[in-house]
Design a protein. Structure first.
Lengths: 588, 176
């Protein structure tokens, strides 16, 4: 059973091909012109929409097929290297085995393994071919395992360009095309690697042009009612973007934000920065453990003598040194991820993010997939007036090793983040307007949970220390946490809130990881309302608006039942109205 | 005391809130829940027995205390939970929406419009088959939004499946 847009698509089928009724390459070109004129674009849209697999089956022969395109020959330099690196552990094992057995035959094995690995890389290059034709993207690869992917070009959701340092030296980019999911993960077409210019052209063909054509088509069709007042806010955004590009923007798009190196000062304050620092420290400690014990016993002796004489000073120096190291590592991680960060908006509303120091990434987020934004203000950032912006969009996939793919603005001053968010959403109330507060009972709950839990643990630790053999410092640490609980709980309550604007649902929560999410009302699929045993006593509920984008569900924590109902009724009145009234008494 | 207990466990709502879904699940669902809970209790008892056998030096007092406490809790759970669940679990399918309510301590209500439904599955686990029940699961495009109606008898489950399929076709027909 299939559903709307980003839901069940006909699964990507291996296509046994079919004569092409139309030549798609020529059709895709004209839409590149219409920055000046809107009307003529209506035709290419119709033509692009036309070819449906199976519908235009023209048995007439003689229609020229579009030639298959190959990957860049420079890839022959890249792929073997990558294959070698991937198989390096296996090669190392073989090498070590040879050394231990001192068998001259092992040399041949090692050479053979290397040659095999290189051959695999070459094979991939020679057997991979792709083309855009008949409204589809076709990919053929593999010799033994033949894989033919054909997916309709208008189901493309993401086109990402990634360039590792190897790729950049050779002027190549890896293209990953993500298509609409069939509910369980998107199909991805990977082209590794194309020359960067060709990769960018391909991306423009697939995303920007289509969005421009769609947006211009919407502009050209007469809207019901007065022209120029679009029926839906979403279309209005596209319209504005198209008009803006007609008047002021360049073909490369309007730049919304660019990294300012001074933003590096926010790096140590983000959780991502801390985590990357801690990971490096973790690896470092592995190294440390590997060193000889004598070395460490000497260090410990020196340390103990220093500690006995200087005590607090040593502890302070160590702490400051540790924090500095963490900060430096976090800054390094920030620069690696966000160097050269640029966010641009292209005609049709597509957002385009490019970033990276060693490995550069270019991510495109289509207007159609964008369902809102999330302003993240972690505790550290909040204290110094910073924030970050993420996109709430469908089909972005998981975070990968180069940072989350939905970043729109890296940790930066709050004013910058709000400015960009306003330009993207156009709904100032949703971004900065006051939120409806939650009942006082929620405050009590937050404070109690933040203090009672560590207090109970502290009591347990105290008992264990008093009657058992636990030292006393865990008790003091837990008492400290319990004391912090009250202000943290109050801060957490102050972070709760929600709001319904004509276009968005705004939710905010959290203290360590606070975020304010503005979710498009159209993107909300359904509702979940939860009430735990303790919430029922306090008269509170938690409500989740489920959606196909971003975190898949945005939670309004600890609001009253009436507030939850008001939100649901305002957004889906017909749905909720049929369930109004009192419950029927339980029979039997 | 009974009044206080009932006020904790009854799901009172202010007037003007959404009402409960209209339909109860099959009464045989209580048997299914009882069986599933028995399995959990047996596993717990097995762990206790293992502890008794392994830790045979030292006094038996902690064992007995823990056994008595867990025994009392387990008996209360087995006696109370199926009936409470049966009162809480409800479902309703209209022309435009699917609405379910589940849970016995934590009450959860889910509502989804039929126009956004992606798949509808009918499943029968081993205990389901033993008791003659089935469950219907409705998924949407959101990973956090599946709705499950457990403990329907087979005929009802089949008719719900048909009703949902037809309603979805209708909604899609209007949607284009």
């Amino acid at each position: 059973m299939s559903g709307p847009d980003e839901s069940t698509e006909p699964p990507v089928e291996p296509v046994e091909q079919i004569e092409p009724p139309v030549e798609t390459v020529e059709q895709i070109e004209p839409p590149a012109e219409p920055v000046e004129q809107i009307e003529p674009v209506v035709e290419p849209v119709a033509q692009v929409e036309q070819p449906e697999p199976g519908e235009e089956l023209d048995p007439a022969t003689g229609l020229p097929q579009i030639p298959w395109r190959r990957l860049s020959p420079r890839m022959l330099l890249v792929h073997p290297v990558h294959s070698l690196i991937r198989f390096l552990p296996a090669l190392v094992v073989i090498f070590l085995a040879r050394r231990s057995s001192s068998d001259s035959g092992g040399q041949l094995v090692e050479l053979g393994a290397t040659v095999l690995v290189v051959l695999v890389g070459l094979l991939h290059y020679f057997t991979t071919r792709f083309r855009i034709w008949n409204g589809q993207i076709e990919l053929r690869s593999g010799l033994f395992v033949r894989q033919r992917l054909a997916t309709p070009a208008d189901r493309v959701r993401t086109v990402d360009l990634t360039s590792t340092p190897y790729h950049r030296i050779l002027g190549l980019s890896k293209v990953v095309i993500g298509t609409a999911a069939s509910g369980h993960g998107a199909e991805k077409i990977e082209l590794n690697a194309l020359p960067t210019a060709e990769a960018r052209t391909l991306r423009d063909e697939l995303i920007h042009v289509r969005s421009l054509a769609a947006g211009a088509a919407l502009a050209a069709t007469p809207a019901p009612g007065s022209p120029g007042s679009p029926a839906q806010p979403g279309r209005g955004r596209i319209l504005d973007a198209v008009l803006a590009d007609l008047t002021g923007g360049t073909a490369a798009g309007i730049e919304l934000v660019r990294l300012d190196p001074r933003w590096v000062r926010y790096a140590p304050l983000t959780t991502a920065g801390l985590l990357s620092a801690l990971t490096i420290v973790g690896f470092g400690s592995q190294l440390i453990r590997g060193m000889s014990d004598q070395f460490w016993s000497q260090v410990v002796d020196v340390g103990q003598s220093a500690a006995s004489s200087l005590g607090w000073l040593v502890a302070l120096v160590v702490a400051v040194g540790g924090l500095t190291v963490v900060a430096v590592l976090a800054i390094a991680g920030y620069l690696l991820q966000f160097w050269g960060f640029r966010l641009t908006r292209h005609a049709g509303g597509t957002l385009h993010v490019s970033r990276g120091l060693l490995t550069t990434r270019e991510v495109s987020i289509e207007e159609k997939r964008l369902r809102g934004v999330d302003i993240g203000e972690h505790l550290g950032l909040r204290l110094v007036g910073g924030a970050r912006l993420s996109a709430i969009a469908t089909g972005l996939g998981r975070a990968d090793d180069s940072g989350p793919r939905s970043v729109l603005v890296p940790p930066a001053p709050r004013s910058v983040v709000l400015g960009v968010a306003d330009r993207i959403l156009g709904d100032a109330t949703a971004l900065t307007g006051p939120l409806i507060g939650h009942p006082i009972a929620a405050r009590r709950r937050r404070v109690i949970r933040a203090t009672v839990f560590p207090a109970v643990l502290a009591l347990g630790a105290a008992l264990w220390a008093g009657f058992g053999d636990l030292p006393w410092w865990p008790t003091w640490v837990l008492v400290g946490f319990a004391a912090l609980g009250a202000p943290l709980g109050l801060d957490r309550y102050a972070g709760l809130g929600h709001l319904v604007t004509p276009e968005h649902l705004v939710t905010r929560s959290g203290t360590f990881g606070r975020s304010r999410a503005a979710l498009e009302r159209d993107g909300i699929i359904g509702w979940v309302e939860r009430e735990t045993f303790f919430q029922r006593r306090a008269g509170l509920v938690s409500m989740v608006a489920t959606t196909a984008a971003g975190a898949k569900g945005y939670v309004v924590h600890d609001c009253s039942g009436q507030q939850a109902l008001a939100v649901m009724a305002e957004i889906n009145p017909a749905l909720i109205a049929q369930f109004a009234g009192d419950s029927a008494p339980i029979e039997q | 005391m009974g009044q206080i207990l009932r006020s904790y466990l009854r799901h009172d709502r202010d007037t003007g809130a959404m009402r409960d879904p209209a339909n109860l699940v099959s009464s045989r669902a209580r048997t299914m829940w009882l069986l599933l809970a028995l399995v959990q209790v047996v596993v717990l008892a097995g762990a206790q027995v293992a502890w008794w056998l392994l830790d045979d030096d030292g006094s038996r007092v902690p064992h007995v205390v823990v056994a008595v406490i867990t025994g009392a809790l387990a008996l209360t759970y087995l006696a109370v939970m199926p009936a409470l669940r049966y009162r809480t679990h409800r479902w309703e399918v209209t022309d435009t929406a699917v609405y379910t309510q589940t849970g016995w301590l934590t009450r959860e209500r889910r509502i989804a419009p039929i126009s956004r439904v992606q798949t509808v599955d009918l499943k029968r686990g081993p205990v389901d088959q033993l008791v003659g029940l089935a469950s219907v699961t409705v998924t949407t495009a959101s990973a956090r939004g599946p709705l499950a109606i457990n403990g329907l008898d087979l005929a009802t489950a089949q008719s719900v499946l048909d009703q949902l399929t037809q309603a979805a076709e209708r909604e899609r027909g209007d949607g284009t």
